[in-house]
Design a protein. Structure first.
Length: 204
């Protein structure tokens, strides 16, 4: 039996759940709960022997638009949380890289850049030099692809790599298990393009 998907703004805290395997009944918070960045789930706390405990219900965390739509009914703590989200999005939109022309000129014939993190900021580095800085985003594979496209537009075939540092991996990958492999594929394409350009004499 698949897990029930519950609405964060609904009755998920009081709704009675029943395990189809052992018959346990209780609320979401009376079960075995796990909290993730995008959701929380409830596993049956009953006796299942050697079998896996079934996940009875999942509560996805609201999007910013869903928080805003329910703003009138939020608690003071939730309103504070919503304000923090809104300020973070506003700061990102104000400071993010939008155009290749915003990037500095780099004279190096080969560019092996780093995708690093410093505090709450994403920092693109070339060795000890800071190339770009903007607010970091969580589960940012989409942003990695966007920035990579702008870096390629600016630096062309001289760009050989954009390598995540250990400090940046948590926010870059998040809970997306496929993200590391996706980043490796993007880096592989970048390297192959550089090698092809080098062999054909297009690189300096």
């Amino acid at each position: 039996m698949p897990a029930i998907i519950l609405d964060y703004f609904g009755d998920w805290r009081t709704r009675q759940l029943t395990c189809p395997g052992c018959g346990w009944t209780g609320t979401f918070e009376e079960g075995w709960t796990e909290l993730y960045d995008a959701l929380q789930d409830c596993q049956c706390p009953g006796d299942h022997g050697l079998s896996d405990r079934p996940i009875l219900a999942v509560v996805p965390h609201p999007t910013l638009e869903e928080w805003q739509a329910h703003a009138a009914g939020l608690s003071p703590g939730e309103r504070t949380y919503l304000g923090r989200i809104e300020r973070g999005r506003e700061r990102f939109n104000r400071l993010k890289l939008c155009l290749a022309s915003q990037l500095p000129d780099l004279p190096d014939p080969v560019l092996d850049l780093l995708w690093d993190q410093e505090g709450e900021d994403l920092v693109i580095r070339l060795g000890g030099r800071e190339v770009w800085r903007e607010p970091v985003r969580y589960e940012a594979l989409w942003r990695f692809e966007q920035v990579l496209t702008l870096l390629r537009e600016k630096y062309g075939v001289r760009l050989r790599d954009l390598a995540p540092t250990p400090a940046a991996e948590y926010h870059l990958y998040g809970d997306q298990t496929a993200a590391p492999a996706a980043v490796r594929r993007l880096r592989g394409r970048l390297l192959r393009a550089w090698m092809a350009a080098s062999q054909s004499g297009q690189t300096p």
